[in-house]
Design a binder for this molecule. Structure first.
Ligand code: NAG
Length: 348
């Protein structure tokens, strides 16, 4: 964690774990909050203990989940606003950008020696194309598998309700965006609770929010065939040709390598927000490390050219992403999804 040296990190941790898990001395950019001593103590979920315990019976993955875990997952937007508020010094002072990051996403040590996220983060927001909402007020949210027909309306709603489209391990934006996100998440949680939707996991709730309010969210997408940095395959002998055919006709989650040899969506946002030196290190590492079965069958795997280096892209709004031909199409309107949510009433 020392590697994020320039970025203040506000860490919620149980008092009992603080001494055993953290390094000594503590990094100077780390602010510890040990005031929360159990998962049910967060105001948004305190009154939901019994509901989450009942819901646990409906969970397809109940063996690996617990009601306490639901409580923590559901409290993330609340904790983000809470951390933002408590870490402010002085009444008037505000952060420029605030992000939630699961402690688990710091597991990797790839960013050692760099600072993360990079200081010029504002550019990410500035470069998102204008649509219904002004660019500043958008939540950055990494997604998995969300540009395939997975998101297709009614069936997609039911499925995406269980799948992890939104990663939920990282999100953020300006302080006003964080406040909006917390109160919106809270309002929808109450609504879905009243209809007996399964919302133990926070991902389904986030999936529904991104379909209801897609212009409020932005992302970077490593398999984006519409990215300016996408390199078209120029012949059938190019292994990218096969990858693009796979994607077009089989709609698989198969990595198209639209932006070169990058390591999946999860690592991509970390790469995207890293400084130049860290990016270069990752590019070189992935160029030689990443192989999949296609590389071995169709060549190009052992000695990838420099053009295969992982490339950066720009952030896009989810409205723009969902309206691509290979997702929900240019005529898709979030209002369609809104009426489905209302009609379904509740999903188990
Ligand atoms: C999050 O939003 C809810 C609902 O608007 C509000 O009651 C709560 O105070 C907010 N959380 C924080 C930490 O401010």
């Amino acid at each position: 964690m020392a590697a994020t040296r320039n970025t203040p990190v506000y860490l919620f941790i149980l008092p009992t774990l603080a001494s055993s898990l953290l390094p000594s001395p503590l990094p100077s950019n780390l602010i510890l909050d040990t005031t929360i001593t159990d998962g049910w103590q967060h105001p948004p979920v305190a009154r939901l203990e019994q509901r989450f315990k009942d819901m646990h019976r409906l969970d397809r993955e109940k063996k690996i989940h617990s009601p306490e875990l639901y409580a923590i997952w559901n409290a993330k937007p609340w904790l983000t606003e809470e951390g933002m508020r408590k870490s402010r010094s002085g009444e008037k002072f505000e952060w420029d950008y605030v992000f939630w990051a699961d402690a688990g996403s710091f597991r990797d040590t790839w960013y050692n020696g760099g600072s993360w996220p990079l200081p010029k983060i504002r550019r990410t927001w500035e470069k998102v194309g204008e649509d219904e909402m002004d660019t500043e007020h958008k939540v950055f949210l990494p997604l998995q598998h969300a540009t395939t027909k997975e998101l297709e309306l009614e069936g997609g709603l039911r499925r995406s309700y269980r799948r992890g489209n939104s990663e939920a391990s990282f999100f953020g934006g300006s302080p006003s965006t964080i406040r909006w996100f917390n109160s919106t998440f809270d309002a929808y949680r109450n609504f879905y609770m009243s209809r007996s939707f399964f919302i133990g996991k926070e991902q389904p709730l986030l999936n529904s929010l991104i379909l209801l309010l897609p212009s409020r969210f932005i992302r970077v997408h490593v398999n984006d065939p519409y990215a300016p940095a996408y390199i078209h395959p120029n012949s059938m002998l190019d292994h990218r040709w096969l990858r693009s055919i796979m994607r077009r006709y089989l709609r698989s989650f198969y990595e198209t390598r639209a932006l070169g040899r990058c390591r999946g969506e999860y690592m991509y946002y970390q790469f995207f927000f890293a400084d130049k030196h860290t990016r270069q290190r990752l590019q070189d590492m992935w160029l030689s490390d990443l192989h999949d079965s296609w590389d071995h069958w169709f060549g190009g795997g052992e000695n990838p050219g420099g053009s295969e280096k992982c490339r950066t892209t720009r952030a896009i709004s989810l409205l723009e992403a969902f309206r691509k031909d290979d997702v929900l199409g240019p005529n898709w309107d979030p209002a369609t999804y809104r009426s489905i949510v209302v009609r379904l009433g509740g999903i188990r």
